[in-house]
Design a protein around this ligand. Structure first.
Ligand code: AMP
Ligand code: MG
Length: 423
């Protein structure tokens, strides 16, 4: 059994014994290696939800398609209205949304219109129904109305042929609705990314098995499954791989054959899982990094055959933190998304004392909430052990503390990154 030594530390400034890599350096290196997939497919509109557009989309129609009323009221010709006094007009019909008024509108006449109804020929302005007096079939309209008011012009939102979405846009609820509003039934999206993952460690048991002394249930595969499920990728769960030379090699080869990306957990820390390192040295181009972050210090990254490989640490919280900081953005890039900017972080006052030593960027779990005055503040969830998934579950944000900072005293402005976005 070969022990991993400092001399095997890989390139890119990482490796055991070498200077630790900053989070930004690691992100930059990963970004340079993660290329978008080129394959694409045509899918029905609903199936495009969460997928990434592979082609620019141009509007096939004017939106709105016809000039129509923005209000319930009366369609008039502005020129018929007296500038200051009262004008009386005869109501000659109604234009409903979806059922236009077809006749002509002569001087002295107007048409009742509903919101969304096509403007009758000869009219250009809508007077809100609250602003007229109606008596039998005559409306009385006061002065001061602007020509063209309360009217939506054809093509005002989008004109035919205009770029609607550029390739690289991920389809979320508003895009799905907007594509439907254009009558788009099918869209060309990037092919799904295939992501294989497995856990390493002799101490791991699967759910349903009894635990012997020193054994634990494999939870990382479930966390990974859950995080990957949110990303609209194809998931290949390869189970637990024993700390064994052949099993490790077979697992990596199979994963590289079937997937674009391989994610493992465990087996990348110092003095651990010699077979992982040995196998990767033989099959791939993988760097073993020490990252100046907490949790999540050890991280392996590179290629196994043609697949991009992430070797995450084994600790359950480290898995989540490194996934969100490194794997997620890389997967989104590979899925073809053009905008992979991280969830916006913002600054709020921290009400707790956060223990920290300078030297590593920390991702502490915390609660963003309102204080008695209704102001947004952040409070620690307490225990920050990287083995406690509880500290993720009880939190709703990360507090991101810069590498150089020491302990944070209450009242300090800190950067928070919320766990969930609205869309
Ligand atoms: P390692 O990075 O392999 O040294 O693992 C670090 C810690 O995480 C150890 O306490 C492991 O038992 C634990 N761990 C590793 N893999 C898993 C897993 N799949 N599920 C839960 N805990 C794990
Ligand atoms: Mg292990």
């Amino acid at each position: 059994m070969s022990k991993r030594s400092t001399s095997s530390a890989a390139a890119c400034g990482g490796g055991h014994g070498a200077a630790a890599l900053s989070v930004d350096e690691a992100l930059q290196h990963i970004a340079s290696q993660a290329q978008p997939v080129t394959g694409f497919e045509k899918v029905a509109l609903r199936s495009a939800l969460g997928r990434v557009l592979a082609k620019d989309i141009y509007s096939p129609i004017d939106v709105p398609a016809h000039t129509n009323s923005a209000m319930d009221g009366y369609a008039v010709k502005h020129g018929d209205l007296s500038a200051s006094g009262v004008t009386e007009l005869k109501v000659v019909g109604t234009s409903w949304a979806g059922r236009p008024f077809s006749g002509p509108v002569a001087p002295g006449q107007c048409v009742r219109v509903m919101t969304g109804a096509v403007m009758p020929d000869g009219t250009d302005t809508v007077i809100m129904q609250e602003q007229v007096e109606l008596e039998a079939d005559t409306v009385r309209i006061g002065g001061g109305h602007k020509g063209g008011q309360n009217v939506r012009a054809a093509g005002e939102d989008l004109s035919k042929g205009q770029l609607v979405f550029a390739a690289g846009k991920q389809v979320s609820p508003p895009e799905l609705g907007m594509l439907a509003s254009l009558g788009v039934a099918e869209v060309v999206v990037k092919r799904r990314l295939r992501v294989a993952f497995f856990s390493t460690g002799d101490e791991l048991r699967s759910i349903g098995e009894a635990l012997s002394k020193g054994e634990i249930y494999d939870s990382n595969r479930y966390t990974l499954f859950a995080m990957l499920s949110r990303l609209e990728v194809d998931i290949i769960d390869m189970g637990v791989v024993r700390d064994d030379r052949e099993a490790t090699k077979d697992a990596f080869l199979e994963a590289a054959r079937n997937a674009d990306v391989i994610v493992t957990s465990g087996g990348v820390s110092v003095g651990e899982a010699d077979y992982v390192k040995e196998t990767l040295d033989a099959l791939g181009r993988v760097s073993f990094w020490q990252i100046a972050m907490k949790p999540g210090r050890p991280l392996a990254f590179g290629h196994v055959k043609d697949a991009v490989f992430f070797g995450l640490p084994g600790n359950p919280v480290s898995v989540m933190v490194t996934f969100y900081q490194f794997v997620g953005p890389a997967l989104r890039r590979m899925m073809g998304q053009s905008d992979i900017s991280p969830v916006p972080a913002f600054r709020v006052r921290c009400e707790s004392r956060l223990k920290k030593s300078p030297g590593r960027m920390e991702f502490q779990r915390a609660l963003l909430e309102r204080d008695e005055k209704g102001e947004l503040v952040v409070r620690s969830t307490g225990q920050q052990g990287s083995g406690l998934l509880h500290s993720m579950s009880g939190a709703n944000c990360f507090v991101i503390l810069p590498k150089d900072w020491g302990t944070v005293e209450p009242g300090t402005l800190v950067e928070v990154q919320p766990f969930y976005g609205i869309i």
